[in-house]
Structure formats: structure tokens, C-alpha cells
Design a protein around this ligand. Structure first.
Ligand SMILES: C[S@@+](CC[C@H](N)C(=O)[O-])C[C@H]1O[C@@H](n2cnc3c(N)ncnc32)[C@H](O)[C@@H]1O
Length: 459
């Protein structure tokens, strides 16, 4: 370690900034986020609220810190020489050789601040690392930090022993109170925390959308919940690599289902969720796509509520949105489709042949309308026949996307009248989505486009 990152409280402290131009403005913006009393000197008279001159040595005597910020080295050296008349530690922006300390790249989450330091040797690396941490510590942590700051004195009174206090903090920061704080309702969170301090830990279930497959499509909230979970109950559709992001020592239950092959009946999944929550565990029920789009999330919420379990929902990118984005096919377009409908091709009892899908086929067959069919491979013939018999043109473009957003994504562009035969000839092996409508005609097979372009250039 080249440098020791320190944390310096600035309440009731004086900080002097001497500088000019963009560098000084940036430092001023940062310093204004602290509670320090600022004394500003701008010898080039270009900094608002600053005295337009160099400071006198007496004006530096009580400074806790001095920052000098000039792009021009001669000016920076002059500022540093003046600063040296005081005993305050000095930072000269971007001139580590003139400085006593460096200011790290900072992630500002209110009373929680995170600094990334490289000892002044690699500021770009520090900024890159900060970007990654920014993603892992979302802005809502500012509220949690405010909650923790407000609760801290009270907890010190109730738990004078440090070890006891640490244990209570560990529980509280994973509790529903912290969840409420994250939404900015600090007073409510404090009341909840205090009312629960002596109560036994109660479990909670989070229904979390894992998106269509690509782990980068997880939300920040989903990522956080996965890293905090005691138990994860997950589906077949949860993409590869996503479980690698979960807390390593979490208990994992696979309840994946194949179509018409329910490996774990839904009622048993409900029992498992209730049982784990009753043990006081933080349970993440991780579901492919979004939990409330053809995901039986509604049934799970009902079962958990009936059992008196606290349940929260974190949405995910549903397959229709993930697949459309991946294939660069807009689901609505001012010239081609003014509305979009998501339907399932899977009947409730799984027997779509004898129990045809109960849908408003006339409405679904209207032109300039996009129809996205989930679980529609087995019933593609019924669906295309119904649409054509209700007026949809046989040459309506259709795009089938298998394993959308995953490394093994496959796409097939056909028309409504050839859909069933095409699926019969090359049946998808992974989850597949069918997009029907004018917008599917906008799909461009980029591989084909590259070949066409090469032929054109060579001609
Ligand atoms: C039980 S539904 C779950 C839908 C999920 N809740 C969602 O919001 O995407 C499963 C169906 O979603 C579609 N699906 C899910 N992930 C997919 C993917 N990566 N590519 C294509 N289709 C997908 C398929 O039609 C699959 O049969």
C-alpha cells in the first residue's frame, strides 16, 4: 500500500482553497459537500465567492487543510509556498510532489463516503475503480447512511458494549428497517428499527427478477439482494453466471420447471418460501425475467401474505424487452405499431390442444399491433391459424428469438404462415419468444448484412 486512505471529519474546521479555473471549481464543488467552513482565494479573480487575491499568512493560520488548485505549475508552486507558512497539511491538485496528502476518488453517499486511492500514481485507475464501486453501492445507500447516523447515538445508549452493538448493527442493516430507509422514509425506518431491536429476527421474502439471461441486465437492487440473501430459491430460466453473483454461503434451492414437467410443484415452492422465512431467513426468490410477467409471482405473493410473511418485489427485465433490445427490434414504432400485447401460449392446465387459448383474437389480429408470445412454441400453429382466420395477413413478419440476451442466442425471421413449419423443422432447445407484427420486419440479421456489404464492396 503506497498511501493510507484516512477519513477526516470537517465539522467546525476551516479549509482554505487557493486556485483558479476548472480545477479549483471542481475542488470547490467537492468541498461544498462537506460541513467545513471554507475560505476561498482566487488570485485570477475567476472563482465566485472567493477573495480575488493571494491569502496573507495570517489567513492560513487556523486552517485544518489547505488545497491549492492551478493548472499552471508556477502558480501552483507559488500557492504551495504560501501554504507552507501554515502547518496545515497541503494538497496541490495534480502535483503530488508538492503535496502532503492526495484526495482520493470519492463515492459520496452522505455520511458514508468511500475513497479510492492509488497514492497519486494512477488517478485514472482510481476513477475506473470508483465507477465499479458506484454501481455496487447505489445512491439509495445515502438514505441508509442517514438512518445509521441518526440511530447511532440511541444504540450506544441501549448497547454500551461494543460487541453487542456490532451484532445489533449487523442485523439492523439487513432488516426491513434498512429497506424502508433505502426508500428515504428515515423516520419510519428509525421507528421500525427501535421497535424490532428486542424482537426475534423475522424473515422476509424478496421476489426478484433476474432478467432474460445476461447477468449485466440485473438491476442494482437485485444484485444487492443476491449478495445479502441467506437463502436463494431459483428457476431454470435464471441465466448462467447470475448465481455466481450471489452470496457464496447462501443456501441454494433449485426449483426449476420444464414446460409440462413441473419438477417442483408450485405449492411446494410456496411451502419452502414460507418455511425458510419463518426460520428468520432473508429469502430471495429469483425468477427469470420479471416476477410479475408470466412468472407466477402473483400466486407466490398471495401465498406468502396468507402465511403472514413480509414480501417485497424487485422487477426484472422481462424477456420481451430483453429479446427486442438484443435483436434491435422496437416493439412499438410510430410508422409500424402503435401498441404491443404480451400473451402466453401456454394454457393454465397445459393442454392447449383441447383447451384453446382464451384470448380476444379479433383484437390481437389488428394490423399495426405487435404481439409478443411467451411459451408459444408448442402452440405456434394454433396461434398463427387463429390470427390469420381473424384477419392478420399471412405474410405478417415474425421473429423467433431463442435464448435471448445469452451467448447462445439464435434468431429466425419467418412469416406468420410459415411460423409453425419453421418451428417444427428447427425446434428451439432453449426458451424462445415469438414477436409477431410489422416491427419484426425491421429486423436485420447483422451477420447477413455484413456479408451483403462485403459483396457490395467487392463488386
Ligand atoms: C414462464 S415464462 C417466464 C417469463 C419471465 N417471467 C419474463 O418476464 O421474461 C418463460 C418464457 O419466457 C420466455 N423467455 C424467458 N427468457 C427468455 C429468453 N432469454 N429468450 C427468449 N425467451 C425467453 C420464453 O417464452 C419462455 O418460455
Amino acid at each position: 500500500m503506497l498511501a493510507l486512505p484516512l477519513s477526516w471529519p470537517l465539522e467546525n474546521r476551516q479549509v482554505v482553497l487557493i486556485g483558479a479555473g476548472a480545477w479549483a471549481t471542481r475542488k470547490l464543488t467537492l468541498l461544498r459537500r462537506t460541513p467545513a467552513t471554507l475560505h476561498l482565494f482566487a488570485p485570477l479573480a475567476d472563482l465566485a465567492d472567493a477573495l480575488p487575491r493571494w491569502p496573507q499568512p495570517a489567513e492560513l493560520a487556523d486552517a485544518a487543510l489547505i488545497i491549492v488548485a492551478f493548472e499552471d505549475r508556477a502558480m501552483a508552486e507559488k500557492g504551495a509556498a504560501l501554504a507552507r507558512t501554515s502547518r496545515a497539511p497541503l494538497n496541490v491538485v495534480d502535483f503530488p510532489d508538492l503535496s502532503d496528502f492526495h484526495v482520493p476518488a470519492i463515492i459520496d453517499r452522505g455520511s458514508l463516503s468511500i475513497g479510492v486511492a492509488t497514492g497519486g500514481t494512477a488517478p485514472v485507475l482510481a476513477r475506473e475503480t470508483r465507477r465499479k464501486i458506484e454501481a455496487a453501492v447505489p445512491p439509495s445507500e445515502t438514505h441508509v447512511a442517514a438512518f445509521a447516523t441518526a440511530l447511532s447515538p440511541r444504540l450506544r445508549e441501549i448497547f454500551p458494549n461494543t460487541d453487542d452493538r456490532r451484532r445489533v448493527w449487523e442485523t439492523l442493516l439487513q432488516s426491513p428497517a434498512a429497506e424502508v430507509a433505502r426508500t428515504g422514509r428515515i423516520d419510519e425506518a428509525l421507528a421500525l428499527a427501535l421497535s424490532h431491536i428486542d424482537a426475534p429476527r423475522t424473515g422476509v421474502v424478496h421476489l426478484v427478477g433476474a432478467g432474460p439471461g445476461d447477468p449485466e441486465l440485473l438491476t442494482l437492487k437485485a444484485l444487492r439482494l443476491l449478495s445479502e440473501a441467506d437463502v436463494i430459491v431459483y428457476d431454470r430460466l435464471v441465466g448462467d453466471g447470475i448465481m455466481d453473483l450471489a452470496r457464496r454461503d447462501a443456501d441454494r434451492f433449485y426449483v426449476g420447471k420444464e414446460r409440462s414437467n413441473h419438477s417442483v410443484p408450485q405449492a411446494q415452492i410456496h411451502e419452502l418460501l414460507v418455511e425458510q422465512a419463518r426460520l428468520g431467513k432473508r429469502v430471495v426468490r429469483l425468477k427469470g425475467g420479471d416476477p410479475f410477467v408470466f412468472g407466477r409471482g402473483g400466486e407466490e405473493v398471495e401465498a406468502l401474505r396468507q402465511a403472514g410473511i413480509d414480501v417485497h418485489i424487485t422487477p426484472g427485465v422481462t424477456a420481451a424487452l430483453g429479446c427486442a433490445a438484443s435483436a434491435a427490434v422496437p416493439l412499438t414504432h410510430r410508422d409500424h405499431a402503435q401498441s404491443v400485447t404480451f400473451i402466453t401460449g401456454h394454457a393454465k392446465d397445459g393442454d392447449s390442444e383441447n383447451n384453446p387459448l382464451m384470448l380476444d383474437w379479433s383484437a390481437l389480429s389488428a394490423p399495426h399491433h405487435t404481439l409478443v408470445v411467451y411459451m408459444g412454441v408448442a402452440t405456434a400453429k394454433i396461434i398463427s391459424d387463429k390470427l390469420m382466420s381473424h384477419g392478420r395477413m399471412p405474410d405478417t413478419p415474425v421473429l423467433v428469438i431463442e435464448n435471448g440476451t445469452r451467448r447462445n442466442e439464435r434468431r429466425m425471421q419467418v412469416s406468420l404462415c410459415t411460423l409453425a413449419d419453421a418451428l417444427h423443422a428447427t425446434p428451439p432447445e432453449g426458451p424462445a419468444l415469438v414477436i409477431i407484427g410489422e416491427v419484426a420486419g425491421l429486423y436485420q440479421d447483422t451477420a447477413a448484412a455484413v456479408i451483403t456489404e462485403t459483396l457490395r464492396i467487392n463488386a
